[in-house]
Design a protein around this ligand. Structure first.
Ligand code: AMP
Ligand code: MG
Length: 299
């Protein structure tokens, strides 16, 4: 598993005022890692990822058999930070039946006719499953905060849209998440922290390589123009909503191998820390199994 001090470094403590400039987006997160050098760290990360993918497949099966907990993964990031690739790689070993991915785009007319949590509530993972939110209700305190004109389409009752409006949304999110956790949904939230420089490199790559053209969107470039406003919105959201029950992790995202290793590691740790058991077979069930065996053998 990845060094625990690295995990502690990127977990946002409840109540902490986050400054994203304090978080490194690269691979040399600790002095120990820096001393090892990039090649060694990359090699070790690869081995940790492989091990975690095996453990995760087993952990997911146990989660399913135990059937008491659900796991909700919230993924948030700027464009081209690697959300899709992370989902693809981290979940590659997991039984597709045990995993549900939902991508949240601009809300539809029907969705806007409800409260901002409604469309997410409908997609929550069942007990025994891992649910992934590729973007989430956090967009309602991120893109919507950066572009407050979007609020007009949300058809809310009149009122001021200042600081206390956003604080009320953070409060609602915290209460919603606490409700879920109390009822058996474990929540882990990842902010994939890509640098502005690396985003530019990835956008250019999309323009340079014909097979990546489909990934380029002019809208993403427009949002890049609001980088500082997004960082501020992320800082406010992470500071207000990293709780004991649903922590945020600021995952370094300038190297895909770092992102994938860290996400897989935290997810595996989280599931393995639950008190999961295969259901015990009752005496009556044991008897029925023995009878079934006998019938088959006597055929
Ligand atoms: P993508 O994930 O790149 O396919 O883009 C989805 C788009 O939907 C992004 O530009 C998000 O900002 C946008 N989006 C997601 N949720 C909301 C929301 N609640 N209000 C407005 N836009 C949203
Ligand atoms: Mg996009």
């Amino acid at each position: 598993m990845a060094p625990k001090d690295l995990i502690d470094l990127i977990r946002v403590p409840p109540g902490k005022k986050v400054r994203l400039k304090d978080y490194d987006t690269g691979w040399a997160q600790t002095k120990e890692l820096k001393d090892l050098g990039k090649d060694v760290v990359k090699e070790r990360a690869r081995a940790i990822l492989d091990k975690n993918l095996q453990d995760l497949a087993e952990a997911q099966e146990l989660l399913y058999a135990d059937d008491r907990y659900a796991v909700l993964i919230v993924l948030q990031a700027m464009d081209a930070a690697g959300k899709d690739g992370t989902i693809k790689h981290v979940m590659s070993g997991v039984n597709p039946q045990g995993c549900q991915v939902y991508s949240f785009k601009k809300p539809s007319a029907e969705e806007l006719d409800h409260n901002f949590l409604w469309r997410h509530m409908r997609c929550l993972p069942e007990r025994g499953r891992i649910g992934i939110f590729n973007r989430s209700y956090y967009e309602d305190v991120l893109v919507v905060k950066v572009h407050p004109e979007l609020l007009e389409s949300q058809k809310l009752p009149p009122g001021k849209r200042g600081k206390s409006f956003w604080e009320a949304r953070y409060e609602d999110i915290n209460a919603f998440e606490r409700h879920l956790v109390r009822n058996g949904t474990v929540i882990v939230k990842f902010f994939l922290n890509v640098s502005q420089k690396e985003q530019k490199r990835r956008f250019l790559e999309r323009l340079d390589r014909p097979e990546k053209h489909w990934k380029f969107s002019a809208a993403d470039l427009a949002e890049r123009g609001y980088w500082d406003q997004y960082m501020e919105a992320y800082e406010d959201a992470l500071s207000a909503t990293s709780t004991d029950w649903a922590p945020w992790y600021v995952v370094p995202a300038d190297h895909k191998w770092v992102t994938r290793t860290v996400v897989a590691d935290i997810l595996t740790r989280t599931i393995c820390s639950l008190d999961l058991h295969y259901p015990e077979v009752t005496a009556e069930q044991s008897k029925a199994l023995a009878e079934a065996r006998k019938r088959l053998e006597d055929e």
